[in-house]
Ligand binder design. Structure first.
Ligand code: SF4
Ligand code: SF4
Length: 375
């Protein structure tokens, strides 16, 4: 079965029985070789702004209570309305959505996860799933077998039951690893990940080796966000040498990822050079649309607005800022190639002008030095 899509002036079809399954007319197939979805999206959106990629929090609830989580314990427990979710998917198709990344909280425990996932895939949308995988069911496996996800990204939080319990509050170690092996044996694309924190950094070597021994791709990242209620979670962040070593590992692992898009060069002094509001946006658990997970103070209400109207308001908001620069960025800075300065990190004054966050710059420049010295 093929699902026909028309986005901008591009006609294509998606085969939902494949993880990607993009089908183009023969003459276009001959001309274009897409190594990953990003290349396809770049081609589609070359002529127009389009919400081609969405990340979608289906709920703020989780079966785990990770102590460094920015959501659980820092938001009202909220589950995305299934009724609105189903209508939204129809609106995605009209608006030109190509791929959706389902996340949470823990998206597998949304009461209508399977139906939402199936509707997305049958609408010709490519879907990835971010999960802790403790609550994988036979129903999930069946729907993934019928309509495979592009990738399932699984967070692994420890190297035994005790370390798992210390981080997540649950002795879920054996269950999670067992579920990963089930999905691997079915041949799904998997990416295992760990946030490197004060609670997990002693587990990283073990998890890395476990993944290597099973040919599973692995990513670990030491960045920690504040709680969504503003709580300071920086106590869980590694400091100084430990942090730089963890960043070095992150960059090394990201470089090895087949579909990595993390290392592209962009101008850190330009506002929104990352592409939010041009190629995609973020749907919060409370049914609002934001530019990304780090900029949630701009919210457009999807219970009151159609998706197209919310996207248009978000675009207007971003376009009004795109000619702004983030002042104070040194064009000869040694950290340019690894810097991710953006409106989420920069300071903004009352007139709306952005300037670099000196503490962030200091950290990036020190990291660049560590990377250069040891390379
Ligand atoms: S598994 Fe993820 S969403 Fe759940 S508590 Fe841990 S960090 Fe938060
Ligand atoms: S670290 Fe600061 S000065 Fe250096 S490139 Fe990034 S924003 Fe500019």
């Amino acid at each position: 079965m093929l699902v026909h899509r028309h986005i901008g002036n591009v006609d294509f079809a998606i085969d939902p029985s494949q993880p990607v399954g993009i089908c183009l007319k023969t003459n276009e197939n001959d001309r274009l070789k897409f190594s990953n979805i990003k290349a396809f999206i770049d081609w589609i959106i070359a002529r127009a702004r389009m919400p081609a990629t969405l990340q979608w929090e289906l709920l703020s609830v989780c079966n785990f209570k990770c102590r460094f989580c920015y959501m659980v314990g820092h938001t009202e427990p909220t589950i995305f309305s299934s009724e609105r979710a189903f209508k939204l998917i129809d609106e995605f198709v009209d608006a030109g959505v190509v791929q959706v990344i389902l996340t949470g909280g823990e998206c597998l425990i949304h009461p209508n996860f399977t139906a939402i996932y199936e509707k997305l895939r049958l609408a010709g949308i490519i879907v990835s799933v971010f999960t802790n995988l403790e609550k994988l069911t036979a129903e999930h496996i069946e729907i993934f077998k019928r309509y495979p996800p592009y990738v399932i990204e699984v967070s692994i939080y420890g190297h035994d039951e005790d370390s798992y319990e210390r981080v997540t509050g649950r002795r879920a170690f054996n269950q999670v690893l067992h579920n990963i092996e089930i999905l691997r044996d079915y041949g799904f694309n998997l990416l295992c990940k760990t946030p490197i924190t004060t609670l997990t950094h002693n587990s990283i070597d073990w998890i890395y080796n476990w993944c290597q021994n099973r040919n599973l791709e692995y990513l670990a990242d030491p960045s920690i966000k504040d709680g969504l209620d503003g709580d300071d979670l920086s106590d869980f962040s590694l400091k100084f040498e430990e942090y730089y070593a963890a960043e070095k590992l992150r960059l090394h692992l990201a470089k090895n990822l087949i579909n990595s898009t993390n290392l592209e060069n962009r101008d850190p002094s330009r506002v929104f050079s990352c592409g939010v509001g041009k190629v995609g946006a973020y749907i919060n658990y409370d049914a609002t649309l934001s530019p990304c997970s780090s900029i949630r103070n701009q919210r457009f209400n999807l219970m009151e607005l159609s998706f197209a109207d919310a996207w248009q308001q978000l675009v207007n908001n971003i376009q009004a800022q795109e000619n702004l620069v983030i002042s104070g960025c040194n064009p000869n800075c040694s950290a340019r190639s690894i810097c991710k300065m953006c409106p989420a990190v920069a300071f903004r004054d009352e007139e709306g002008n952005y300037r670099v966050n000196p503490a962030y710059c200091e950290r990036q420049i020190a990291l660049a030095k560590v990377l250069a010295i040891s390379s």
